[in-house]
Ligand binder design. Structure first.
Ligand code: F6R
Length: 640
């Protein structure tokens, strides 16, 4: 059983949880604890035995350990490590192997004796695996067990590769990976089909015996599974819940990963809240309406009292007044005039009435985010006469199928021939491409010509989509930001040129309104990088340019998820006809249709996701007692 918890605020949490402002701070703290353990052991002349994890989660911990070694003399001479897992089969020198990962991120940069490094062997014959696993366990035992085990958590709730169904007493063994885990790994392998179906992993029983276990998780993407692991019932369906039985475990989270825990998500259930915070009040009332399935205006005193909101009712009641206040606030988010309604009182409207015709720019991280995420609003802005521009921030050239390239090359050759020109050079390039594709390795970078063709394919689709929405060609901008142009899923860090190109475009248009993708669920994703580039550009422009003071920045979200209702500041309803127009604009992106190269873990096509998302928002508004619309696109203002 985990340590006794004496706090009411964390009463739903079945194991100790520490929350840090961001993953950097949290990683430094965890690295510091590992360093202390190593030094303690050193002072006693003992080995420190560490269980280590791979994945994106521990990268900053390893970076800090490397820094401590290089700058502060931390030695790893007395350290022995056992990695949690390895794909099976897997060659150690493959880019995706955990051997490669561990050497790149840690072992190559520290003074550890390589004989003390243990990583499950992905090169074994299947009939050698069982003996290898027994020996792995024996080696850990022989050294007196693990002093420390570092863990991440998969979205299936796996620790190591102990997928749902794993037993609490499981040892090191060969396992089959869950479908969701394979989808999550698809990017590293250049497609899910290339992800091995099996892995060798330490068992839950192996992990459990460690004298200190730290599980780390970052980003909102992990928030739902973290909630289950911390607050849910112990179950083989979420293997991480077994950690609730340990005396030696701690979860280390950033604020986003912790955001669905009761104390952060619905704090009124576990503590007194300051109800002057309007967002919290709005969130609580919407939550109450949602939870008991009533529209806002029908919530009663009793409903408030029975659902942890008595304090709000006492402080700001009668509850009917609270209901009306919140209802009005939601009502005022709805507008059919996303560029502001001319000649109307705008004191209760999301956008300013003036200037009546605005210069608006829609930044689209990939060439289709504009229409997928806010196609209806895009069309409305154009229909209502605003000077709308769209800027495609990246070329999106990694996300086109290889055979599409051949198709377009064949077209180019035929056309060149048809006008009597010499297609010899084109034909030679085409033959090179044909020879390249069959021997292309997963995630291998395409040749420059192929990357160009892929980029051009997306460019023509984007032009077609934006034209369909009603834009003149002069208002369609392709930025091809350099940070993206690596040809790989891993991008470069943002540079001066990315920011300067953005400054130049903004300075040319001087918009009163900017729309930008505000998805923060994926901390390393292109959308967040693109958003931060816009912010950096605006921060610099703000210092010298007057127009920036009158420029509002609206965030939209992608095909993946929507803003929670209480955060929405502008809700643009779409008629059934507008939904169809938006769908047609999305259809222009043929290379992304049916089955895109990067579908994420959602089997639905982009246009279906977009429609489901906007009709869900409309349904939520309807359930809260507002008008019933076909679909709603949602926006949140970012004040910079
Ligand atoms: C890695 C491992 C996995 C990961 C988990 C989270 O050795 O065993 O359990 O910790 O899949 O992965 P990331 O950190 O990439 O989100």
């Amino acid at each position: 059983m985990a340590r006794l918890n004496l706090l009411e605020e964390t009463r739903y949490e079945k194991l100790p949880v520490s929350v840090y402002g961001n993953q950097q701070e949290a990683s430094l703290a965890v690295a510091g604890r590992i360093a202390t353990l190593i030094r303690d052991k050193q002072s006693k002349g003992e080995q420190a035995v560490l269980g280590l994890a791979t994945g994106v989660t521990p990268i900053k911990v390893y970076a800090e350990l490397v820094r401590l070694h290089k700058e502060e003399g931390l030695s790893f001479k007395n350290v022995t490590t056992f990695n949690l897992d390895e794909y099976f089969p897997m060659k150690p020198d493959a880019a995706q192997s955990y051997v490669t990962f561990m050497y790149e991120n840690l072992f190559s940069h520290i003074d550890i004796d390589k004989a003390n490094v243990h990583i499950p062997d992905g090169t074994l014959d299947k009939d050698e695996v069982a003996a290898f696993c027994l020996e792995y366990e024996r080696q850990i035992e022989e050294l007196g067990g693990l002093d420390f085990q570092l863990l991440g958590i998969g979205r299936t709730g796996h620790i190591g590769f102990n997928e749902p169904g794993s037993a609490p007493n499981s040892g090191t063994r060969l396992v089959t990976l869950d479908d969701l885990t394979r989808s999550d790994a698809a990017r590293d392998f250049g497609g899910k089909a290339n992800v091995p179906t099996k892995a060798i992993t330490m068992g839950i029983g192996t992990i459990f015996k460690a004298r200190e276990i730290i599980l780390m998780a970052w980003s909102a993407k992990k928030a739902p599974i973290v909630k289950k692991a911390v607050e849910g019932e112990i179950s083989g369906e979420v293997p991480a819940t077994y950690l609730q039985l340990s005396d030696n475990v701690e979860f280390v989270l950033d604020e986003d990963a912790a955001s669905e825990l009761t104390r952060f998500d619905t704090p009124w259930l576990v503590k007194d809240c300051s109800w002057d915070d309007n967002i919290l009040k709005k969130k609580a009332v919407i939550w109450l309406a949602d939870t008991i399935g009533k529209p806002v205006l029908k919530l009663t005193e009793e409903d408030y009292n029975n659902h942890g909101m008595a304090q709000l009712a006492v402080e700001q009641g009668p509850v009917y007044n609270i209901n009306i206040d919140i209802f009005n606030q939601i009502q005022h988010t709805i507008t059919g005039w996303p560029g502001g309604k001319p000649d109307a009182d705008d004191s209760q409207r999301p956008e300013r009435a003036l200037p009546a015709k605005k210069r608006s720019i829609i930044f689209s991280p990939h060439p289709d985010d504009d229409v997928i995420s806010m196609g209806g609003t895009f069309i409305r802005l154009v229909d209502q006469g605003h000077d709308v521009h769209v800027a495609y921030q990246t070329s999106g050239n990694t996300a086109v199928w290889d055979d599409d390239v051949l198709r377009y090359m064949e077209f180019a050759i035929d056309f060149t021939n048809s006008i009597g020109e010499d297609s010899g050079h084109l034909a030679k390039l085409y033959e090179e491409m044909r020879a390249f594709f069959p021997q292309k390795q997963p995630n291998q970078i395409d040749t420059r010509e192929i990357r160009n063709v892929k980029g051009f394919i997306r460019k023509t689709e984007a032009i077609s989509g934006a034209r369909y929405a009603g834009l003149p060609d002069s208002n369609i901008h392709f930025m091809a930001l350099p940070f993206y142009e690596t040809g790989k899923t891993k991008k470069n860090t943002v540079g001066e040129e990315d920011i300067q190109l953005t400054i130049d475009l903004l300075q040319k248009i001087k918009p009163q309104q900017i729309f930008a993708a505000g998805d923060f669920a994926d901390p390393n994703g292109t959308h967040l990088v693109c958003f931060n580039i816009i912010l950096a550009a605006l921060a610099r422009l703000k210092e010298t340019e007057e127009w920036v003071k009158d420029c509002w920045l609206w965030m939209y979200r992608g095909a993946w998820h929507e803003f929670p209702t209480h955060e929405i500041e502008m809700a643009v309803p779409l008629s059934p006809q507008e939904v169809i127009r938006k769908r047609n604009a999305i259809f222009k992106h043929q290379s992304q249709k049916d089955r895109p190269v990067f579908p994420g873990d959602d089997a639905r096509e982009f246009w279906v996701r977009a429609e489901d998302r906007t009709s869900e928002t409309a349904k939520k508004y309807d359930q809260l007692g507002l008008a019933e619309y076909e679909a709603i696109e949602a926006f949140v203002r970012y004040r910079f």
